[in-house]
Design a protein around this ligand. Structure first.
Ligand code: FE2
Length: 354
């Protein structure tokens, strides 16, 4: 299977994973054969890309540490909690909200700690209208994986998961026109948007169930090591480690899942940008743990090699992610197999959408 963007889909393409709409309802099931009208439906639902099974990718599978079912449940729970908070008269977080969030984090803990595979592949299963909820779930999963990779204990990882799922809860109090604005924000709008960490923290203030660790994540997730962040402008060690984990995963996910597929950046380029930011703003050690858990070239990814040849990733390399096992593509067919570990002068220059 491989990820294919909407503009490259053709009638007759076979879906390798189910697709959901922005209400988390099944739009098309796995094994559906696409027709022109199905493709139009996908476009109308703002779906940017889908997984297909085609001749080029036949038999290539990838496994993610978190199942699609649990991912969808996580997104749906965040959506329900955030929505009910914004619709209630008193938008304070309640015990019922906590039970829902805790249930999801418990389930994520089970999958993350029972799985041998540690690579997480961000999956595009829903329409772009789900962005905030989808983003919260992705940041939580990545943050928990990074925390596990750092050797933090289970109770700590759980608290990081709760904080990461709720990190943008304050956005429920920011007008939709600002959150969804496509053009540049005015200075006033941008100042208002920057209040979301404090607003979120205030919403959780009276909830005794939420640990101080989770609350700190909500309040401080936009702080930067050199003091240019907000709301407090904290520096270096004054920003707790659990906050730094979520900040890294928040930025990584925001860059890789730009709401418009065309502007979306592949994981390899996003990681390169983050590497530069680790010089002043982000934690270098946490960055190295992110490199261990984010699947950069999932099986089925089409890539260009430094000698100009095209290839498809057949198997990821957990130890050295930039050196997977590939199959060269010749005349649109899979040809010779190459283990990049055996060809150290050859490297991947970019991923290709095709
Ligand atoms: Fe935020």
């Amino acid at each position: 299977m491989r990820l294919k963007s909407i503009e490259h889909l053709k009638a007759g393409d076979l879906l390798a994973k189910p697709v959901y709409d922005d209400k988390c309802q099944l739009l098309l099931s796995k094994d559906a054969v696409l027709t022109e009208s199905y493709i139009r439906r996908l476009e109308q639902s703002n779906i940017q890309c889908v997984y297909v099974e085609d001749e080029l990718s036949h038999g290539i599978e990838f496994e993610s540490v978190v199942s699609d079912e649990l991912k969808i449940r996580s997104v749906n729970t965040v959506k329900q909690v955030f929505k009910s908070l914004s619709e209630r008269k008193s938008s304070m977080y309640t015990v019922k909200d906590y039970e829902a969030i805790k249930g999801v984090v418990d389930a994520l803990m089970d999958e993350i700690f029972s799985h041998r595979n540690t690579l997480y592949c961000m999956t595009e299963l829903m329409g772009t209208d789900m962005y905030t909820y989808h983003h919260s779930a992705e940041v939580a999963i990545l943050s928990m994986l990074v925390a596990k990779s750092m050797g933090l204990n289970n109770a700590f990882v759980h608290k990081i998961g709760v904080g990461a799922l709720l990190h943008d809860i304050g956005k429920m109090k920011i007008p939709g026109e600002i959150l969804n604005k496509t053009g540049e924000l005015t200075e006033q709008e941008s100042e208002l948007l920057k209040t979301h960490p404090q607003l979120g923290y205030n919403m959780l203030k009276e909830s005794a169930n939420i640990s101080p660790i989770s609350r700190q994540i909500v309040l401080l997730h936009h702080e930067k090591l050199n003091g240019v962040g907000y709301p407090l402008g904290l520096k270096n060690q004054d920003i707790p480690v659990h906050v730094r984990v979520v900040t890294m995963c928040d930025i990584f996910n925001a860059v890789t899942s730009n709401r418009s597929y065309k502007n979306r950046m592949n994981a390899d380029m996003a990681l390169e940008i983050l590497r530069v930011e680790t010089v002043y703003e982000l934690d270098r050690e946490i960055y190295h743990h992110l490199l261990k858990v984010a699947n950069i070239y999932p099986a089925g990814t089409l890539v260009e090699l430094s000698d100009g040849r095209l290839a498809i990733v057949v198997k990821e390399n957990h130890e050295a992610q930039t050196r997977p096992i590939l199959q060269i593509i010749k005349n649109n067919q899979r040809d010779e197999s190459i283990n990049l570990m055996d060809h150290l002068t050859l490297f991947i220059t970019r991923t290709i959408d095709f």
